[in-house]
Ligand binder design. Structure first.
Ligand SMILES: Cc1cc2nc3c(=O)[nH]c(=O)nc-3n(C[C@H](O)[C@H](O)[C@H](O)COP(=O)(O)OP(=O)(O)OC[C@H]3O[C@@H](n4cnc5c(N)ncnc54)[C@H](O)[C@@H]3O)c2cc1C
Ligand code: FES
Ligand code: FES
Length: 498
């Protein structure tokens, strides 16, 4: 084992396990939080179902100081998070819910009273999702509860009793003074734990892991290790380890880089730092266009959105990532950085071909600049997947259209799942721009699609299905922009029951 390369680096991972301080050295940086809990701590309440972020049996709660002396809590999937990412955080598992006198926590009691558990395998994961809701004050709205529980699968109870438990448990009162003090104390302890402690640098025989705290430090580390794996939320990278059994060396984690975690807004654009999770980007992007907010709400589950980033969705180059088509339709740019040199690239040019992006070793995505739609530009995005929640896209269409005097003044149509990269449908756009926005133009646009895409058949959809859906999404756009009184989307109670 080698030692950290700089005096400003430290080898030990520091976090709170419940209220107890942990300082871990000599740990394989690719060990998952789930394995750590079960094999090292011998806390087996947290279960392994799928080891790929899908089932929620491994759900734990992470607490972090929010910068205002308070704590922010979020659920994550312990099966795809690596132990060093706990540095500076509080890890809470189902074992921490028991009171000092051994009584059940209100969310556990509610599960008992509503018969929310049968075989019990999923129960600790559900309890932790309920606990996170409870910490945030509780929920009564069916849609919001569905949203919080969509990442927890149960094969026994049929969800009704668990939803009832969520309502019954309620939440901690926002003004509870004792709870506020407890949280402020934890925030202070966590801040002190890593303050002035230097960069975490785990240099283990099995692999190295660095967690810089500033983007300058990150840039320097990536220049020194151009072949490193950049780790953001780990919702892709975690699976390379748990499913593909890859060894990654070194890993450079960007989740602790303070200046990559900001969302800023000007009159014309929203800028999302590469370390911002979907959950934090949701509101700002939803204000740019409500359909982007809805797209983000449907990415994975709450646990996935609490970890995954827009930057990671772009950097991974996937043809079925949900955010790139929408961002390309809006004309987004990304800022790429290598050392101290930055360049701005239109997002559509970043994707060169399947598996190939315009990013050189040592370079990283620093931020995403999302322009606000110009006056009169209408933005729509439609994700088609087999399930509404927690499913990967088969086809995604994102459209930005401006109609003036009955004619199409501007049009961008971008598809995911139709080619080796997210791609603009330029022939389709050409068939529409300058024309009357009527059924004849719609037909021409649909025929143009057939001329420019040759989608593939895979487990998500056949090529025929993909093409038909892509064409039908244009029909949906047409109806929504020319006959807004026709209902095309589920709303209210119906939507909550999807
Ligand atoms: C259960 C589950 C459900 C999912 N559902 C969806 C879904 O509905 N829609 C969807 O689009 N995706 C989905 N995903 C995929 C994944 O969540 C997204 O692609 C996510 O945006 C990846 O972001 P991350 O921060 O977790 O990236 P990571 O896993 O940390 O990294 C992903 C890739 O990007 C690179 N990278 C990350 N950040 C940077 C950076 N700043 N600079 C350079 N390279 C970088 C990494 O090296 C890696 O190659 C799902 C994944 C899981 C496990
Ligand atoms: S074990 Fe299934 S989500 Fe983690
Ligand atoms: S109670 Fe059996 S899987 Fe949920």
């Amino acid at each position: 084992m080698t030692q950290p390369t700089s005096q400003n680096m430290r080898p030990d991972i520091r976090f709170l396990f419940g209220d107890e301080e942990r300082s871990l050295s000599g740990i394989d940086p690719q060990m998952t939080v789930l394995d750590y809990l079960r094999l090292e701590e011998r806390k087996t309440g947290t279960k392994e179902g799928c080891a790929e972020g899908d089932c929620g049996a491994c759900t734990v709660v992470l607490g972090e100081p929010d910068g205002d002396g308070k704590m922010a809590y979020r659920t994550v999937n312990a099966c795809i998070q690596f132990v060093p990412t706990l540095d500076g955080k509080q890890l809470l598992t189902v074992e921490h819910l028991k009171s000092k006198v051994g009584s059940l926590h209100p969310v556990q009691q509610a599960m008992v009273e509503t018969h929310g558990s049968q075989c019990g395998f999923c129960t600790p994961g559900f309890v932790m999702s309920l606990y996170q809701m409870w910490l945030d004050g509780g929920e009564d709205d069916r849609g919001a509860i569905n949203d919080a529980l969509a990442g927890n699968l149960c094969r026994c109870t049929g969800y009704g009793p668990i939803i009832e438990a969520a309502r019954k448990a309620g939440g901690i009162a926002a003004g509870d003074a004792a709870e506020q003090k407890r949280r402020a104390d934890i925030a202070t302890r966590l801040t002190d734990l890593v303050k002035d402690a230097g960069t975490l640098a785990v240099e283990h025989a099995a692999g190295r892991y660095y967690a810089p705290r500033t983007s300058d430090e990150l840039a320097a580390l990536l220049v020194a290790h151009p072949d490193a794996t950049v780790l953001a939320g780990g919702t892709d990278v975690g699976l390379w380890v748990t499913k593909m059994l890859k060894r990654l060396d070194p890993i450079i984690y960007i989740g602790d880089v303070a200046d990559l975690k900001s969302v800023s807004e000007t009159d014309t654009a929203v800028v999302i730092g590469a370390g911002v999770t979907y959950s934090r980007a949701h509101d700002a992007l939803g204000r740019v266009a409500s359909d982007i907010g809805e797209l983000i709400r449907r990415i994975g589950s709450r646990q996935i959105r609490n970890a995954g980033t827009v930057g990671g969705n772009i950097a991974n180059g996937s043809p079925i990532g949900d955010t790139p088509p929408a961002l390309i339709a809006l004309g987004a740019k990304i800022v790429l950085r290598m050392g101290n040199v930055r360049r701005e690239v239109p997002l559509e040019d970043y994707f060169i071909s399947y598996g190939k992006q315009d990013r050189t070793p040592g370079e990283f995505v620093e931020s995403v600049i999302v322009p606000k739609p110009a006056k009169g530009l209408v933005f729509k995005a439609y994700k088609i997947s087999k399930r509404f929640d927690q499913d990967i896209t088969a086809v995604l269409g994102a459209f930005a259209i401006q109609i003036a005097d009955g004619k199409v003044a501007a049009f961008r149509a971008v598809y995911g799942g139709m080619a080796g990269t997210p791609m603009r449908a330029k022939k389709c756009e050409a068939a529409v721009i300058g024309k009357e926005w009527d059924e004849a133009t719609l037909g021409a646009a649909q025929r143009a699609l057939a001329d420019e895409f040759e989608p593939m058949t895979d487990m998500r959809a056949s090529k025929e299905y993909r093409m038909l859906v892509a064409q039908n999404l244009l029909t949906k756009l047409f109806i929504e922009t020319s006959a807004p009184d026709i209902a095309t989307r589920l709303v209210g109670k119906e939507a909550a029951l999807v």
